[in-house]
Design a protein around this ligand. Structure first.
Ligand SMILES: Cc1ncc(COP(=O)(O)O)c(C=O)c1O
Length: 435
């Protein structure tokens, strides 16, 4: 049967939905029990169809998607070029293993290297966490025994595998899973002195996001990233940039670090690369990539023909549409529109990865829930901030519609301090302090 939480209408309110969901999670009979592990809170509704920036639920209600499946569907839903590539590849060749490689994978690697400025090589995988795992292994092999520590920032998010969870600078997320793999250290975000002080002979690499996405949409600065590059050069460390959320046009450059004029040694990406088809990639400068030998790292599915065909189509559309320029333009319009709204204190972010910090006391989760009821999909990236990450092909009319919906939701929205942590996916429970 369909899980109770999904059949529970959003209009019944979060409290009812949560009660139903919890009951379904622990129901004694198989018939009533939710078949999914309780790693996510109750879905408020289920979408069954998407096209461009639009989604539809099972009742046929239409929504405007300004979240893009957490910055994944950057070309919108069901993009015809991606659908056609998947259809044609599915009829041609689905899988042969990486022992043989694939034609679309080769082309995607060449394009990614070009967009990153050249001089590197690519390892394909299936997700952001796996891309970062590859980066961590690369850093360890490059550093050699005894020089294996990766330094990342508090408030960062790098994945949920054991190593990438430890790289994630949110200690509260670590606790239940200790002991985590050794070799990770966290420093204050945007603080060069703290980073410099953390470096000793055991450190091999620094891993940072250009904009901390799950941590609340906190952009780095040119001064910080340029300083990190200089520090890494002086101390002989790898500068690894996690572009899983920021990569491929989302911030208004092909990659977020390009705003800051630095060239990293390693870049990871995933989300937008397949526009919803799982594929991730770890790029490294050739001299760094050269430390990997055959057998050092591998994956059954990474870069397999179906996912690579999707990525090839995605990159072709992205280049033809010049998505970074579109992100700059639409991002500026949305920023100006949000700043003009009552209830918005500040807008931060780059391009089309934005957060609207709400004025004192307004609960972002109840605003997001009300926006959803009115047909707009956004999420509360922190208890006080909404994240907007629409399709990079979003139209002016869709931007105007989203702003009008948010204006109507915020208009008269009483400050509400009630907190229900299950209402958003990556809880903002990180504590600034040593792990
Ligand atoms: C910056 C960053 N790195 C890594 C990840 C993990 O990616 P995945 O969920 O595909 O493993 C995410 C996911 O939100 C992310 O935002």
């Amino acid at each position: 049967m369909t899980p109770a939480a999904v059949t529970h209408p959003a209009g019944d309110g979060p409290a009812d939905a949560h009660t139903a969901h919890r009951a379904a999670m622990h129901a004694p009979s198989t018939q009533d029990r939710c078949p999914l592990m309780p790693t996510y809170g109750p879905p408020q509704l289920q979408f069954v169809r998407g096209e461009g920036s639009r989604l539809w639920d099972a009742d046929g209600k239409e929504y405007l998607d300004f979240l893009s499946g957490l910055a994944v569907t950057s070309l919108g839903h069901s993009h015809p070029a991606v659908a056609e590539a998947l259809h044609s590849q599915a009829q041609t060749l689905l899988h042969v293993s990486n022992l043989f490689g694939t034609e679309p994978g080769w082309e995607v690697a060449v394009t990614l290297d070009r967009l990153l400025g050249g001089g590197g090589q690519v390892f394909f995988c299936n997700s952001g966490a796996e891309a970062n795992e590859a980066a961590v292994k690369l850093a360890r092999k490059w550093g050699g025994r005894g020089r294996h520590v990766v330094v990342s920032a508090f408030g960062s998010f790098h994945g949920r595998t054991l190593a990438t969870l430890h790289a994630t600078g949110q200690p509260a997320k670590h606790e239940a899973f200790q002991p985590l793999p050794e070799g990770f250290r966290h420093v204050a975000w945007d603080d060069l002195d703290a980073l410099a002080a953390s470096i000793d002979p055991t450190v091999a690499a620094v891993l940072l996001e250009p904009v901390q996405g799950e941590g609340g949409v906190n952009p780095a600065t040119t001064e910080y990233f340029a300083g990190v590059r200089q520090l890494c050069d002086e101390r002989g460390l790898l500068f690894m940039v996690d572009e899983v959320q920021t990569g491929l046009g989302r911030t208004g450059e092909w990659f977020g670090h390009q705003h800051f004029g630095v060239v990293p040694d390693v870049v990871t990406m995933a989300k937008a690369l397949g526009n919803g088809v799982p594929i991730g990639a770890c790029w490294a400068r050739c001299e760094v990539a050269a430390v990997f030998e055959a057998g050092d790292h591998a994956t059954t599915f990474g870069g397999q023909p179906l996912a690579a065909a999707a990525a090839k189509a995605v990159l072709a559309v992205m280049e033809a549409e010049d998505v970074p320029t579109r992100a700059v333009k639409a991002g500026a319009t949305i920023t100006a529109g949000l700043e003009a709204l009552d209830g918005v204190a500040e807008v931060r972010g780059l391009g089309l990865l934005l957060a609207a910090e709400l004025t004192g006391g307004i609960d972002a989760r109840s605003v997001a829930a009300e926006a959803l009821r009115r047909g707009l999909v956004v999420n509360a990236v922190t208890p006080t901030a909404l994240r907007l990450a629409p399709s990079l092909l979003v139209s002016d009319a869709e931007v105007a519609e989203a702003l009008a919906t948010l204006a109507s939701v915020l208009d008269g929205h009483a400050p509400d301090q009630r907190q229900d942590p299950d209402l958003y996916e990556h809880r903002d429970d990180h504590v600034k302090g040593p792990t």
